[in-house]
Design a protein around this ligand. Structure first.
Ligand code: GLC
Length: 474
């Protein structure tokens, strides 16, 4: 089977969030099970020169963006056994940053048309096109309107995966003809609540809609989580499926990670103490045995930062330390910086995204706090467990699907239900109490280390799902 993953980002080329990790690692996992995978992303300005040096130009073509005819270069490279294609157009993609421009809609209309046009010129004929988030949501729409019956395109199945339902690609109706080049008689595919909604178009037209955890798949049928898309999802529930993300366990491996001070595994966890000692030294924290809570995240509301803010000083008063890495909304950045100034030796804050420091935090912390308001899957809690650090999470989406509270059997972390800072504080207190009993704690650390969140099982589910699609009659 041949699968083409279309995405607006993929590691190692371009990344702003978890989507890049998934699109950069899932194809390799499916590929290792005997299928042919390729990925296509825009050729952004920020892609490093050493990666560009590996690319070859296949051809240049012209792509329609409504009445416009736009240049499109198609490049190709191999990375880690997976073929990558790149869509080049400097007017659209030679900019600082990946998104956030006034013409994002037009940029991804171009990209989506280019992905479909590209198939005529490359030696990779996909059976499945996997589309990810709103930026690639028009691929199934265009496929259905313009390509389905064209020679060389028949029988392709499209899959749309929701990584985050908050960003839908919503625009005014004028965009339909002027930018998308979609005739009025097809407007119904994209219209929703008075706007043109790209994600809604994909939910209508893709052969199957997946999301990145089973828990999130049923949560988004509920208005509290769905950002308005619950009605369409309820009607399309027959084709909605949740498949849990995995992580690259070769890359995140405490047994041989060169970035961390001591290596360790579930059979010998002594290296973890070395990692903690090194983290204390590196970040100039007080050299005491108090538990360290790690936080590595984007500082945005849905990550539950308001709960952390509310309970922060209570947690410090309990005798715990914080190591924080991330960036995002200024109000949160200012808060964390103020806390670092107020509690030197107890709070360390680094603004930005520093992947090596992230791994030292995962390995050197005792607990990892992730009280998200909503979480489609979440990768950080899985990475923290991979490094024997107990996640403290709210029971939502992928967090609920991966973390079991240590109050029960075989717990690998701590959970709380309601989006409420006092409930979170209670989970932190329970974690601290267990931490003080060395036997209880080391068995928890070992259980966390033994969790298997590699891609293997989920890759099997994707393969099975794709096979079912291909054998289904139209
Ligand atoms: C988004 C979601 C996150 C998920 C990631 C990869 O960033 O917010 O929960 O893990 O996509 O699917």
């Amino acid at each position: 089977m041949k699968i083409l993953f279309a995405s607006s980002e993929a590691v190692p080329y371009a990344a702003s969030g978890g989507l890049a990790d998934v699109v950069g690692t899932l194809p390799k996992a499916i590929g290792s099970k005997g299928h042919d995978c390729a990925v296509v992303i825009p050729l952004y300005k920020s892609i490093k020169q050493e990666l560009r040096d590996e690319m070859n130009l296949i051809t240049t073509i012209t792509v329609d963006v409504s009445w416009r005819k736009q240049y499109c270069g198609i490049y190709k490279a191999e990375y880690s056994g997976v073929t990558y294609f790149f869509i080049d157009n400097e007017y659209y993609f030679k900019r600082d940053g990946l998104y956030g421009f006034y013409d994002d809609c037009e940029r991804f209309v171009f990209f989506d048309r280019a992905v479909l046009e590209m198939l005529k010129y490359i030696d990779f004929k996909p059976d499945i096109i996997s589309c990810n988030d709103w930026q690639t949501a028009l691929i199934p729409v265009y496929y259905n309107i313009y390509y389905k019956y064209q020679q060389g395109y028949c029988g392709i199945k499209t899959v749309f995966t929701i990584h985050n339902i908050e960003y839908q690609g919503k625009y005014g109706k004028e965009i339909l003809d002027e930018v998308m080049g979609i005739p009025m008689y097809n407007a119904g595919l994209l219209e929703y609540d008075g706007s043109i909604n790209m994600m809604k178009g994909a939910i209508e037209t893709a052969d199957i809609v997946t999301t990145v955890s089973p828990g999130y798949a049923w949560e988004i049928l509920d208005p509290w989580y769905a950002h308005g898309l619950d009605r369409i999802l309820v009607t399309k529930q027959y084709k909605l499926k949740g498949i849990l993300n995995g992580i690259d366990t070769d890359f995140y491996n405490p047994e041989n990670d060169p970035e961390i001070a001591g290596n360790f595994s579930s059979s010998d966890i002594s290296g973890k103490a070395e990692c903690k000692a090194a983290l204390i030294k590196e970040l100039a924290l007080d050299d005491t045995d108090e538990p360290i809570i790690g936080i590595v995240t984007r500082f945005v509301k849905h990550k539950g930062i308001d709960l952390i803010r509310y309970a922060f000083e209570d947690i410090i008063a309990m005798g715990m330390k914080f190591v924080i890495l991330g960036s995002g909304e200024k109000i949160y950045e200012d808060f964390f910086c103020e806390m670092a100034a107020r509690y030197p030796g107890k709070v360390s804050v680094d603004l930005g995204f520093i992947p090596e420091l992230a791994r030292r935090i995962y390995a050197g912390s005792d607990m990892f706090l992730m009280p998200s308001q909503s979480e489609p899957c979440g990768l950080a809690q899985m990475i923290s467990m991979r490094y024997g650090t107990a996640p403290i999470v709210r029971e939502t989406g992928g967090l609920r699907d991966t973390v079991r509270d240590n109050g029960g059997i075989n717990g690998n972390g701590y959970t709380f239900k309601t989006y409420n800072a006092d409930d979170m504080l209670d989970a932190v207190k329970r974690a601290k109490r267990d931490y003080e009993n060395k036997d209880v704690w080391s068995s928890l650390v070992k259980r966390a280390l033994e969790c298997n969140n590699s891609w293997s099982a989920s890759a099997d589910i994707y393969i099975e799902t794709f096979n079912e699609l291909l054998s289904a009659k139209d």
